[in-house]
Design a protein around this ligand. Structure first.
Ligand code: AMP
Ligand code: MG
Length: 318
């Protein structure tokens, strides 16, 4: 821990990756770019290393973390994979899909990672820098988003430094994140069926093509909240946020979409992938602007729009 000083920014090259892997092997924490958002990584098999993540983020310790692995082989050492889990992992890994599966009894995982649950959340990321760090560290890495708990997720090294500043020693700067929103999370039930815990870059329809329709744990009244990350009041920009705003008041930063121009437009052509990739960067700028409030144009609620709207609803409730 470096106290109030700014974190050391490592280049996303062989030397930077080797240094990050060394810090991680020694039980330190490093912010690393992934294809979703920047993650704050620590070795997942060490109670002390994982405790550093919770401390740096100010995250409640009953909120479990996603464990990142290099490949399916690495995941099979930590959780039980049935035929259906194999199928989704083969279809979407490496990529922005997290699987919540029954944790293996002998798995080398800190119990803080799973917050004492009998399940573990696993993902094999596709970002070349995160993959290289995983390979060089040689251990699974717990990595929640690299921001103070409850705040906006970071999609650049500058966002990480602004949120976690003196709480972390190192950031690998890998540029802007491609998907720009957190991974899709699905959980396998005892019956073998799947439930959507968090919409994300990989859509429900894409997953359903492989394993059939998903149950929905995210809509009100259905399913049960398993972890606080599923509650409202997450992703806070620190200002009131209004949804479905066709126009804005003078004291509002207006986030536009398609033909609603706004102060900044998520995508003037209505491209939802571009809108997702830009979402947090635009929200960070809206938060830093001199406007007191934020208003967001309507975003269509299909495909990637479902994940964008879920983040916006929770930002509005924060
Ligand atoms: P973050 O690390 O900020 O991207 O958030 C990770 C999300 O994964 C949180 O919403 C957690 O609640 C969820 N999560 C992690 N592990 C589990 C698990 N074993 N069961 C259910 N949800 C989980
Ligand atoms: Mg987060």
């Amino acid at each position: 821990m470096t106290g109030a000083s700014q974190p050391h920014v490592l280049a996303a090259d062989a030397a930077g990756i080797a240094e990050a892997a060394q810090i991680l092997r020694n039980g330190g924490i490093v912010a690393v770019p992934t294809e979703t958002v920047y993650g704050l990584a620590a070795r997942a098999d060490s109670d002390q290393a994982v405790a550093e993540i919770f401390r740096a983020k100010g995250r409640p310790d009953f909120n479990p973390l996603i464990v990142h692995v290099a490949d399916i082989d690495g995941a099979r050492r930590l959780a039980r994979f049935d035929a259906s889990a194999e199928l989704v992992a083969q279809a979407f890994w490496p990529g922005a899909l997290t699987l919540v599966l029954p944790r293996l009894g002998g798995a080398a995982l800190s119990s803080a990672v799973t917050a004492g649950l009998t399940t573990v959340a696993l993902r094999s990321p596709s970002h070349p820098v995160m993959r290289a760090v995983l390979a060089a560290a040689g251990v699974p890495l717990a990595a929640p988003s690299a921001n103070r708990s409850g705040a906006l997720s970071p999609t650049s090294a500058v966002h990480v430094a602004a949120s976690l500043g003196g709480n972390i020693d190192c950031i690998i700067d890998g540029g802007a994140c491609e998907a720009g929103i957190e991974s899709t999370i699905i959980a396998q039930r005892a019956s073998g069926s799947w439930e959507l815990l968090r919409p994300g870059p990989i859509t429900e329809d894409q997953i359903a093509r492989h394993v059939g329709a998903l149950g929905d744990a995210t809509s009100a009244g259905k399913g049960k909240i398993e972890a606080p990350g599923q509650l409202s009041g997450h992703y806070s920009p620190g200002k009131p946020l209004r949804l479905n705003a066709q126009s804005a008041q003078p004291d509002e930063f207006h986030i536009g979409f398609r033909d609603i121009t706004g102060s900044e437009n998520l995508s003037s052509t209505g491209d939802l992938a571009l809108a997702a990739a830009q979402l947090y960067a635009v929200l960070h700028r809206a938060a830093a602007s001199d406007k007191l409030r934020i208003a967001v144009a309507p975003i269509p609620d299909h495909g990637l729009g479902t994940a964008i709207n879920e983040r916006l609803r929770r930002a509005a409730a924060a």
